[in-house]
Design a protein around this ligand. Structure first.
Ligand SMILES: [Zn+2]
Length: 310
């Protein structure tokens, strides 16, 4: 993974011990198209050694580069970045154990805003992005690996960040006077911000998926809404789970009714309540997921790989 190109071109460096020039090594790892405030991004660089964590942060930015390239303004500078898990209330209430897998997010602090990029577990941009202009931050708190960013409207809960990084980030995020408004959605194609959730982008015309449609599909059968939104793997898992539950329900109901007539319905009653609860719960969860960010109708966030848009 280390930049072999660099060492070949700069032949004299190839013989030097690895990490002899930490700044040079990290600069070579960082994406060339993004302006980075080096001292804030790597605050603990010393003793001529590049820490694993610093290298990982540079790699994280490289993964996010296709989004950053399009989203950042011409003079915008990246100050810090970290990858963690966005804690979403509906997930914690209904599918808490899936939360760390489904809601991985790269948080990028620039001189203008806090950018959230939904990623997969390899930190590749995935479905949607949000932003918070810096003048909307009411307060930043947190402890250990948690960061809470409060706005005029809601609070972001961010978790799973290395302690030292969380502390550093909290120090960089200052509160400001205006504090109006909350997180904004970004169009996954042109990255124009919006405070609402329009059916299509006002700037580039990109169409977005409807949270209502997603919820109705999941209400019909758990997993269908996730499939519609583009979370195919979770959709398959949910369909399998719900099918098993329906099978259990029907295999209880049918023999009971055959044996005891209409009274048999009572036997399967609690199971039916459970099935209904799961349909409703999944509908609400799917709607919450759809509302977390704008889901493009025919694409995802741009990545370095093949997936997503060119
Ligand atoms: Zn757009």
């Amino acid at each position: 993974m280390l930049n072999e190109g660099g060492t070949i071109v700069l032949g004299c460096q190839a013989d030097m011990p690895r990490g002899g020039q930490p700044e040079e090594e990290l600069k070579a790892l960082l994406p060339a198209s993004i302006a980075v405030r080096f001292n804030e991004m790597f605050p603990h660089l010393r003793n001529g050694r590049v820490k694993r964590r610093d290298r990982k942060r540079a790699e994280m930015l490289r993964q996010a580069e296709p989004v950053l390239k399009r989203a950042l303004g011409a003079t915008e500078v990246v100050r810090f970045a970290t990858n963690g898990v966005r804690q979403l209330m509906w997930w914690l209430l209904t599918a808490g154990s899936m939360n760390p897998f489904a809601n991985r997010t790269t948080l990028v602090l620039t001189d203008k805003r806090v950018l959230l990029i939904h990623t997969d577990w390899k930190q590749r941009p995935r479905m949607f992005a949000n932003q918070l202009p810096l003048d909307r931050i009411r307060a930043t708190t947190g402890r250990n690996s948690y960061i809470f960013i409060r706005t005029g409207r809601e609070q972001l809960m961010f978790h799973g960040v290395k302690r030292s990084e969380a502390r550093h980030l909290r120090g960089l995020l200052s509160s400001t006077a205006s504090k109006e408004g909350g997180w904004q959605n970004l169009c996954p194609r042109c990255f124009a911000p919006t405070d609402s959730a329009p059916p299509c982008c006002e700037k580039c015309g990109e169409e977005f998926k409807s949270p209502k449609k997603a919820a109705l599909r999941s209400l019909m059968f758990p997993g269908l809404g996730d499939y519609y939104l583009g979370y195919r793997k979770y959709a398959v898992l949910e369909v399998i789970g719900a099918t098993m539950l329906w099978t259990l329900f029907l295999s209880t109901l049918i023999p009971a009714v055959m044996r005891r007539g209409i009274e048999g319905v009572v036997v399967a009653g609690p199971l039916f309540a459970l099935v209904a609860l799961i349909h409703i719960g999944d509908a609400l969860l799917t709607r919450a997921k759809a509302q977390t960010g704008l889901h493009s109708k025919d694409g995802a966030l741009p990545t370095n790989g093949k997936r997503g848009r060119r």
